[in-house]
Design a binder for this molecule. Structure first.
Ligand SMILES: [Zn+2]
Length: 135
């Protein structure tokens, strides 16, 4: 975890650490820390799903990841949204081709059917972003 702190990411580094290092989960013995990270990841999945469904956000991205990486991650999320949703003639799911949905319907579909897919994407993209920042 130390090299993240060197970047000056502070407390939020815990979230990034979990997202960036898969084995971290197994090595983490503090129930409290794991719970916090789970909540952070769930909120990130919700953030992506809301953006994809064109709904207003309930959280600022700066509250979910370190402020120093938030602007970069916002761009990454924009790309994820393109992968997730087709917008020609209503909202359709790009992963399983269901739809068209209302905004609310699109959001619920993503959360109910694809939250694991989104979680994986968030996880991967955060890892890549951190790797790029360490160079
Ligand atoms: Zn789908």
């Amino acid at each position: 975890m130390n090299h993240y702190n060197k970047l000056g990411l502070g407390y939020e580094a815990h979230i990034l650490n979990y997202a960036g290092v898969a084995e971290y989960y197994n090595r983490c013995y503090s129930g409290v820390t794991v719970m916090r990270q789970e909540i952070a990841l769930k909120k990130l999945v919700e953030y992506v799903a809301r953006k994809a469904a064109l709904l207003t956000q309930r959280y600022e991205l700066e509250d979910l990841v370190a402020p120093s990486i938030a602007p970069f991650f916002e761009k990454v999320i924009d790309k994820m949204v393109v992968t997730l949703v087709k917008r020609n003639g209503g909202l359709r799911c790009n992963l399983c081709d269901k739809g068209p949905f209302t905004k609310r319907g699109m959001y619920l579909h993503l959360i109910r059917v694809h939250s694991k897919d989104i979680e994986f994407m968030v996880h991967e993209e955060l890892r890549k972003l951190l790797e790029a920042m360490r160079k």
